[in-house]
Design a protein around this ligand. Structure first.
Ligand code: NDP
Length: 397
């Protein structure tokens, strides 16, 4: 008997619900979100009465605790927004529930993502005998599990890590974001940051870029941006001399982004409009396409992986590339969402299964790379995201 509470019924929540419903280890599944009708739609699409639904405001700890006391979940899987991480963790502690998420906490009034707020819960989760699994999407998530797998099986020391994230898909819209527009725009308009020789190096947004060749896709201009798994990876793999995160952006996307910023629509502070306070980026989200709606006409592939240089188990130089390619159309066929939601939701549902199976269970707050990668890697292919490995190749970066 294992009761799973999923919080958030967006693109990622849809995939988690579909995947969890297929896994008999989850005996009871409750999908709770702010707008219950969205959860109801997903439950209907999944079918078979497998998913129950509820309304919850995940910013409200007492509401969450009441829901948890009623449903009595073993694990709360948070695929709402990063703002809700801490209230959900607080509720988990109060109601005695384990926790998993796919994105680290961000304060609403500061576009800054850091693990310090969630790591500060470590002692409390440990004392309560509860497990919190942080960052179990694709990146963060599979990207960090790839690193743990490389360290366990191939490397004695990892020196250079480049996480490369390409979306070569086409949704046919002039401008749209692939996951929550507010979170996405906050992420990609930030200054760049990477780790080198023991310290963070800051860059202007999109300052460092070069073409990188992605398998079955070809060369795509890729930009160094800051991404949260860099923070935990350099802590957990201290031999890393340099760690960077690259993401592809099309010129059209970057032009729109620049205009959005220049005209103030990316602002996260409230402004008065007709006597009402509005936050420009939240208003923008309301008029942009819903990422969930992109799936229907989305074609092409995503390709996300890790390019690693270091020393092998015998101390000899080794280069290694591990990646997954995911097809937007296939993702849509299976779950009704595009590949960005799919690549996030599949690992989240599998992470929850790892906990339910007892292989990723240890009281405290942990990033995914701190668990044994093998049971996860054995199942991630059959779950829909197979990985490919290449050894001693030119890594380009
Ligand atoms: P969406 O915006 O599509 O969905 C978010 C869902 O959370 C919506 O159903 C929304 O409700 C709900 N929600 C928001 N606020 C609250 C609240 N206060 N209480 C209850 N429910 C709430 O986002 P995505 O599905 O695209 O992304 C979900 C998460 O996945 C995000 O945290 C994102 O950062 C993360 N992510 C992680 C990735 C990774 O690889 N690690 C990649 C992509 C995304 P409503 O419908 O009412 O707005």
């Amino acid at each position: 008997m294992f009761k799973l509470l999923i919080i958030g019924a967006g693109g990622v929540g849809t995939v988690v619900a579909h995947k969890a419903a297929k896994n008999p280890i989850f005996t009871d599944i409750l999908l709770a979100t702010r707008t219950k009708s969205k959860a109801d739609e997903i439950a209907k699409a999944v079918g078979g009465g497998r998913i129950k639904t509820a309304r919850v405001d995940a910013d409200n700890v007492p509401e969450l605790v009441a829901l948890m006391r009623e449903f009595k979940p073993d694990l709360a899987l948070n695929v709402a927004l990063p703002y809700q991480d801490l209230p959900i963790m607080d509720a988990c502690l109060e109601a005695g529930v384990n926790y998993l998420d796919t994105a680290n906490y961000e304060p609403k009034d500061e576009a800054k993502f850091e693990y310090k707020w969630q790591w500060a819960y470590k002692d409390r989760f440990e004392k309560a005998g509860l497990t919190a699994i942080l960052g179990c999407g694709f990146d963060p998530g599979v990207s960090a599990i790839y690193v743990a797998y490389a360290a366990k099986h191939y490397f004695s020391e990892i020196h250079y890590l480049d996480i490369v994230d390409c979306n070569a898909g086409n949704h046919g819209m002039a401008f749209a974001t692939n996951f929550n527009p507010e979170i996405n725009i906050r992420e990609v308009t930030q200054k760049g940051r990477y780790w080198e020789n023991g310290k963070w190096v800051e860059t202007e947004p999109h300052e460092i870029h070069q073409p990188i060749t992605y398998p079955e896709i070809g060369p795509k201009e890729s930009y160094v941006i800051y991404h949260e798994e860099l923070e935990s990876l350099v802590k957990n793999f201290p031999t890393i001399k340099r760690a960077r995160f690259w993401m592809t952006f099309g010129q059209e996307y970057l032009t729109h982004l620049r205009v959005i910023q220049n005209i103030g629509m990316a602002r996260i502070d409230p402004v008065m409009y007709n006597g009402v306070e509005i936050v420009p980026i939240q208003f923008l989200k309301a008029v942009l396409p819903d990422p969930k709606s992109l799936g229907e006409n989305y074609t092409g592939l995503t390709s996300i992986g890790c390019r690693i240089k270091g020393l092998d188990k015998e101390g000899k130089p080794l280069t290694y590339y591990i990646y997954n390619n995911c097809d937007h159309e296939k993702a849509y066929e299976e779950t009704g969402t595009q590949a960005v939601s799919y690549t996030t939701g599949v690992p989240a549902a599998l992470g929850a299964a790892m906990f339910a199976e007892g292989v990723w269970k240890k009281p405290g707050v942990w990033n995914v790379e701190e668990f044994d990668p093998d049971p996860f890697m054995a199942q991630i292919g059959p779950q829909g995201l197979p990985f490919h490995e290449e050894f001693n190749i030119d890594l380009e970066v």
